[in-house]
Design a protein around this ligand. Structure first.
Ligand code: DLL
Length: 434
């Protein structure tokens, strides 16, 4: 059982919900009083803070979207004066303006505590040495994990992303016991270690906390085998706080416990906005319960997942969200078939001759969408595979067709030719004109 702040994580449901209601009412009152956007939006929907008398009343409140955040760029959704904001982060976003988020001193404390709880849930203790390969900067991964590690009382090595060879030497010399980073960058680290003749069997890792992008179960097995550690999935988003919104427990690694004393999660039908019953798959929506500078009310994440209220052997009473399959805006619609990059990843990883380095290229030829899957052959089977290149390509293409119902042209490419990222991997290049 993890040691850090377990009382809040094992609260009986009734107590947890009464805490949530109290915090929700306070948050709604604060945003109504301090943020013109929320006041106008609540007024337009005919709902006032006094109407929130039970958790069910949350459904009466309008959603907040990424567009609302962009329209209020950079600071108009802040609920405190700028003098009280001690930190600013931003999420890059692929189009348009970034999303800007702010933190008060107390927000940083809350976030650090939640990240400490996350690391503890992933097997961390004050005795650990944490090699933090999440990027430091406007991205919330690096500093989020850093403050959490310090709060836990562990020793943190702030390596950030990049300078990969040096990272391997640090791992050999400093003997870290936990590793944090994006799964795609960690895979690259493993590849570089291999080139340097360094085996993870001789390093000291017991667990790795990986997230910030979707990754499949097959990717988990690959990472666990290559790095000789237990790979734990961590989820979060800048708008809601950063990493530390939910995490898998070391015991089960089956669904990510949401820190429900600080966030309320809902699943909605992305088209109708209707709240879906527990267990159904849809878009994840979050309301923050304790944030001061940048509270979010029913924020539509675009992440697609489902919630699981089943008790967990770790003892936590907080519900779990299943591994997100992807984002509704990353979902590719190829000739009418919906495909997430992570589903393609699962199919690819069933072929032993290839490496989980891939990129999907979508084009439009005439009126027809085409999908090309560029994927690397593994170094070991390179010379063999080259003889059977076409046979292997059509085998993978048949598997994609069979499992996902979409036709794709598979192109096997030489090892190490797909660009490696130091943070989140770029999985899709969509050349279609919108
Ligand atoms: O990625 C925060 C984070 C940092 C999470 C480190 C975990 C670890 P953003 O850059 O704002 O924040 O991106 C948030 O990334 O809406 C998801 O689409 C995706 N995402 C984050 N974690 C996961 C995960 C950080 N474990 C967006 N699985 C989110 C799948 C994830 N997708």
């Amino acid at each position: 059982m993890p040691i850090f702040n377990i009382p809040f994580e094992t609260l009986p449901r009734e107590e947890l919900e009464s805490l949530q209601l109290k915090r929700l009412q306070t948050t709604i009152e604060r945003v109504y009083a301090n943020v013109p956007f929320y006041r106008e939006s609540f007024d337009a929907h005919g709902v006032s803070p006094a109407d929130i008398t039970s958790l069910k009343d949350l459904a009466r409140i309008p959603f907040t979207t990424k567009t609302d955040l962009r329209d209020n760029y950079p600071y108009d959704l802040f609920a405190v004066p700028m003098q009280n904001v001690v930190r600013i982060h931003a999420s890059s976003g692929t189009t348009g303006k970034p999303t800007v988020v702010g933190y008060t001193k107390r927000d940083i404390d809350t976030w650090s505590e939640l990240m400490a709880r996350s690391l503890a849930a992933g097997g961390g203790t004050p005795d650990d040495i944490i090699h933090n390969a999440f990027g430091y900067g406007l991205f919330t991964g690096g500093l989020g994990a850093h403050y959490g590690a310090e709060k836990l009382g562990a020793s943190v090595i702030p390596v950030s992303g990049g300078n990969t060879k040096r990272q391997i030497t640090i791992m050999q010399d400093f003997k870290p016991t936990m590793l944090t980073g994006t799964p795609s960058y960690i895979l690259h680290l493993a590849e570089v270690a291999d080139e340097m003749g360094v085996s993870f069997e001789n390093l000291s890792f017991k667990s790795g906390i990986f997230g910030a992008e979707p990754w499949s179960e097959s990717m988990r097995s690959e990472l666990e085998n290559k790095l000789c550690l237990r790979a734990i999935d961590i989820y979060g988003l800048s708008e809601v706080m950063g990493p530390g919104v939910s995490i898998e427990c070391y015991e089960e690694q089956a669904g990510l416990h949401i820190f429900e004393d600080h966030f309320i999660a809902e699943i909605i039908d992305p088209d109708s906005g209707e709240v879906l019953p527990m267990g159904r798959t849809g878009e994840l929506v979050f309301t923050s319960l304790t944030k001061e500078a940048f509270p979010v009310i029913r924020y539509r994440t675009k992440d697609i997942t489902s919630l699981n209220p089943e008790p967990c052997s770790c003892g936590r009473t907080h519900i779990r969200m299943n591994k997100p399959t992807g984002r509704s805006d990353d979902m590719l619609i190829i000739r009418g078939v919906n495909v997430f990059p992570s589903q393609i990843e699962s199919v690819l990883m069933e072929t032993p001759e290839i490496q989980p380095h891939y990129q999907l290229v979508v084009d439009r030829k005439g009126n027809l969408d085409t999908l090309t899957v560029n994927v690397e052959i593994s170094e070991d089977s390179f010379s063999d595979a080259i003889k059977n290149l076409q046979r292997l390509e059509s085998k993978i293409s048949d598997n994609i067709k069979e499992y996902l119902g979409v036709s794709a042209q598979v192109k096997l490419v030489e090892p190490k030719t797909i660009e490696r990222s130091q943070g989140k991997a770029v999985r899709v290049i969509d050349n279609r004109e919108i």
